[in-house]
Design a protein around this ligand. Structure first.
Ligand SMILES: Nc1ncnc2c1ncn2[C@@H]1O[C@H](COP(=O)(O)OP(=O)(O)OP(=O)(O)O)[C@@H](O)[C@H]1O
Length: 345
């Protein structure tokens, strides 16, 4: 059970036209005990908020105790995100920002973001990689920079870590360590994300690859609405369950006018090392069928390869450790296609 599941459940409920998640000042999960502090815009809403919280959490049996507290106040809008929708801010020094999103977790979004960044860099571009996956920042592990400390420059801007020629910044560098309980403060987190996005000394980049949190929640939507993005890439696996969520992700980007550059089909097939035969473990052709129906494009299909996970654990993406593998070739082809497509626009 993660705070994310709780936030997802609470997001479904609203009082007085405001989602419960927007009223949260503080939320803390320690073991099976949940503590939520809400901002209370009107005293008379207290009972309704309590009732709707319990109702929303009914189907989460892992949450045993719920302690609800209130402080006076209205939903807080963080400073940089408080501007009207669609007044987007550019990230200083960045020519093109490509967001990598997914409808659901675990489909290989971070793997794609990491290898796409490497492939773009190998094509000769100046590349940065920004890991905004607050639920599970895995870029530091993929690049072997876990636990690195981030410094600031004279303008108080964060200085990315440089690895394999790529400038890397992860929200994981700023979050508390893994063994401390997850503490989620909505507006505080948004404020941190704002600094994390805009107050960074990237130098001059051709491409900044942004690894979004999985799903289509408030954080993803807020980021997509407020950051000037060249386009988004949606990662999926060919299972029906993942594809259903891709619809949500593409709809979210369309809703906020972020062009969807295309869909990457990850773990599309497995190549038997002995016979060289391809096996479409999760089914063949489903992603193509889906993207056609939604007038999207498949940017590429990445095979399933145990080396991907192995190389991730060693802190060097497969595009560097084994550039000749089928997986790497697919990533290089995607990077070429994406950069050509962006340059043609
Ligand atoms: N093509 C692939 N072949 C084999 N394993 C893969 C492939 N792509 C990703 N994986 C593995 O699948 C797991 C999930 O990948 P990853 O962390 O990139 O997914 P994610 O969508 O970013 O997940 P999360 O939502 O948790 O951030 C990792 O162990 C990764 O090494």
């Amino acid at each position: 059970m993660a705070v994310k599941d709780i936030m997802d459940a609470l997001r479904e409920a609203s009082v007085d036209n405001t989602k419960l998640t927007e009223l949260i000042k503080d939320i803390k999960l320690i073991g099976s005990s949940l503590e939520v502090v809400y901002r209370l815009p009107k005293k008379e809403l207290e009972e309704e908020i309590r009732r709707k919280t319990y109702q929303a959490l009914e189907n989460l049996p892992d949450v045993k105790n719920v302690n609800i507290r209130f402080v006076e106040g209205v939903p807080e809008v963080p400073p940089a995100f408080g501007q009207p929708a669609f007044t987007r801010r550019r990230v200083e020094g960045v020519k093109h920002l490509i967001a990598v999103g997914s409808g659901k977790g675990g489909v290989g979004k971070s793997t794609v973001a990491a290898n796409l960044a490497v492939a773009l860099s190998k094509l000769g571009y100046q590349v940065g990689l920004l890991d905004a996956d607050i639920y599970g920042p895995s870029i530091p592990t993929l690049f072997g920079v876990k636990g690195e400390r981030v410094h600031v420059d004279e303008r108080n801007r964060l200085i990315p870590i440089e690895k394999y020629g790529i400038k890397i910044l992860s929200i994981g560098f700023l979050l508390p360590s893994e063994d401390t309980p997850v503490i989620w403060r909505g507006p505080m987190l948004m404020k941190a994300l704002t600094q994390f996005l805009f107050d960074v000394n990237w130098g001059n980049l051709d491409y900044l690859v942004l690894d979004l949190p999985p799903g289509t929640g408030d954080v993803q939507l807020t980021l997509a609405q407020n950051v000037d993005m060249t386009g988004a890439i949606v990662v999926t696996t060919p299972q029906d369950v993942a594809l259903a969520d891709v619809k949500k992700a593409t709809a979210m980007f369309k809703e906020v006018n972020v062009p969807v550059l295309g869909v990457i089909e990850n773990m599309a097939y497995f190549i038997c090392p002995e016979s060289g035969n391809k096996y479409y473990v999760f089914g063949k052709g489903k992603v193509l069928e889906f993207v056609r129906a939604y007038q999207l494009q498949v940017l590429g299909s990445i095979p399933m390869d145990p080396q991907v996970a192995e190389t991730s654990d060693t802190g060097m993406p497969i595009t560097l450790t084994n550039p000749e593998s089928e997986v790497s070739k697919a990533f290089y082809a995607i990077a070429k296609l994406v950069s050509e497509r962006i340059l043609r626009r």
